[in-house]
Write a protein that binds this ligand. Structure first.
Ligand SMILES: *[C@@H]1O[C@H](CO)[C@@H](O)[C@H](O)[C@H]1NC(C)=O
Ligand SMILES: *[C@@H]1O[C@H](CO)[C@@H](O)[C@H](O)[C@H]1NC(C)=O
Ligand SMILES: *[C@@H]1O[C@H](CO)[C@@H](O)[C@H](O)[C@H]1NC(C)=O
Length: 489
């Protein structure tokens, strides 16, 4: 299974430039061949249409009653063509590796938050000897900063292979982007409470220190921060610094708690949560192996999300094959949720107090077709990934109509469901965080998403320099947005 998966992902990513070249030359070759034969050879017509025309090639072949295409090469070509349409490959022959300069921030901003202690002067652990452990449990769902930083550190001593999408460079003039390795989600999770003898939380103090550090660096001044990458995956992380560091590109879970001038889909990158239920390895369940039609397990929220959940509960509670229960998926509940998702065809993802949650990624890891009811949700790498192939999206206003949801779901038959289930098994790797990172996993996908933003970031950085020759103002001057009233002191 793992081998097969990696060979599929290999086809998608590693060989993509080769593959693009191969497809293009093969199609050109066939076209020229057909041209020579003046397109009137009766054996060739179906071949032309089946290879180049989208869709109903199979029926065309069948109408001729016998296998017209005997050449292995053509069939192979067709399969590849199908794979390409099926998967997320866009031709990118120069397969760029992103060059990343990482600030050597004091360890209190990163690995010390993991209780790692630096020995001597170094701020980074030597991960060839020891990889600091990340605290488990629900903290893990926002651990993106940890995996990205480990990947950058490891880029210095492992060979740059096709699997690697980013490398650390030490000369910031040569970098595409500047990475700020503050483990902001962990800082929020561990230190956001104001201790008795404190005026401000340790998390806030760290953020203030971070802003001071980063904005005084030459790299920040050079670009006014426009080529910087700052992590804030937990919706409440970076609560103060976000108002100062916003010229940077943020890596976020959604925009629920951000005004659009601070964060938006054009500027920023959406990263998946790390799923908390285990990946369903060797899943051979299929349509009949999943008796529950629709599964939902989650908390009730008092805000808007709570209203929708409550309404849906009343709409669905009479359906026998629907599991709809309140109570959060935590601790020993994870085991229960794992079993529940693995034995369900569809898994509901309803907006909570933020538009996104790790439940979507738990559903993907369980190969339970996600049904997303969250109008404001933003999805990772949606510029290269078509979620409609393995998720069902329902507008909130539709979902609240009587019978709408359940009729929609029951209307998805065995064949269509199976296609989505198989698709989930193919894409699950794109949402997997791991160290060492592997080709096409979440770490590499996030770097690639950053790489697709890099040209725009560079352009903005250049624009910010326009008047630098005579402007007496520091070019990288901090143009902060005023703190909202509830945060101002
Ligand atoms: C950094 O790179 C720039 C541009 O390539 C070069 O001019 C400069 O000398 C380099 N600095 C160091 C310290 O190597
Ligand atoms: C999955 O299947 C492979 C090959 O059949 C086997 O080696 C592996 O142990 C299985 N893994 C699990 C978790 O069942
Ligand atoms: C899982 O939860 C459901 C309801 O929430 C409960 O009926 C069931 O007994 C639980 N199963 C296990 C294995 O804990």
């Amino acid at each position: 299974m793992a081998e097969r998966k990696s060979s599929i992902m290999g086809l998608i990513f590693q060989k993509k430039s080769l593959f693009c070249l191969f497809s293009v030359t093969s199609i050109l070759f066939m076209l020229s061949w057909l041209f020579v034969l003046r397109l009137d050879h009766k054996f060739l017509r179906p071949m032309l249409s089946s290879t180049i025309v989208d869709g109903n090639s199979a029926s065309q072949i069948q109408t001729h009653g016998k296998p017209l295409i005997t050449s292995d090469r053509v069939i192979h070509e067709e399969e590849l063509e199908g794979q390409r349409k099926d998967n997320l490959v866009t031709c990118n022959p120069n397969n760029m590796v992103l060059k990343v300069f990482m600030y050597d921030l004091p360890a209190e901003f990163h690995f010390e938050l993991l209780d790692w202690k630096s020995e001597g002067k170094g701020v980074w652990p030597d991960i060839r000897n020891e990889v600091p452990h990340y605290p488990g449990g629900l903290n893990l769902q926002h651990s993106i900063d940890y995996w990205l930083t480990l990947d950058l550190l490891s880029s210095e001593f492992t060979e740059t292979t096709n699997a690697r999408s980013a490398v650390r460079v030490h000369n910031s003039s040569e970098a595409d982007v500047i990475f700020v390795p503050f483990f902001s989600s962990l800082s929020y999770n561990r230190h956001s409470r104001v201790a008795q003898n404190q005026k401000r939380s340790t998390d806030q103090l760290l953020q203030e220190k971070l802003v001071k550090y980063v904005t005084s660096q030459d790299e920040w001044k050079r670009s006014a921060g426009k080529d910087h990458i700052v992590l804030a995956h937990h919706p409440n992380s970076l609560l103060y610094a976000r108002w100062k560091l916003w010229p940077a590109t943020y890596i976020l879970s959604d925009f629920g708690r951000y005004p659009t001038n601070i964060a938006n889909i054009d500027k920023d990158v959406i990263a998946p949560y790390k799923h908390v239920v285990k990946t369903f390895v060797n899943d051979s369940s299929g349509f009949d192996g999943r008796p529950t039609l629709l599964y939902f397990q989650g908390a009730i929220y008092r805000k808007d999300g709570g209203f929708i959940r409550q309404e849906l509960f009343y709409l669905l509670k009479e359906e026998k094959d629907v599991h709809f229960a309140f109570g959060s998926v935590q601790k020993n509940g994870i085991r229960n949720a794992t079993l529940g998702m693995r034995s369900s065809k569809f898994c509901l993802n309803i907006a909570g107090d933020t538009p996104s949650s790790n439940r979507l990624f738990d559903a993907i890891a369980s190969h339970c077709v996600p049904v997303v009811i969250s109008d404001e949700i933003e999805l990772p790498y949606e510029d290269v990934l078509d979620y409609s192939k393995f998720c069902v999206f329902v507008r909130t206003s539709d979902a609240l109509k009587d019978k709408f949801l359940v009729n929609l779901i029951r209307g998805i038959g065995r064949e269509e469901w199976t296609r989505m289930w198989q698709r989930l098994k193919k894409v699950e790797n794109l949402f997997e965080y791991q160290y060492p990172s592997k080709e096409g996993d979440a770490v590499q996908m996030i770097w690639q998403a950053v790489a697709r933003k890099a040209p725009t970031m560079r352009m903005k950085a250049h624009r910010s320099k326009r008047f630098s020759h005579y402007d007496t103002r520091e070019d990288g001057e901090l143009r902060s947005v005023p703190l909202p009233r509830n945060l101002a002191e």
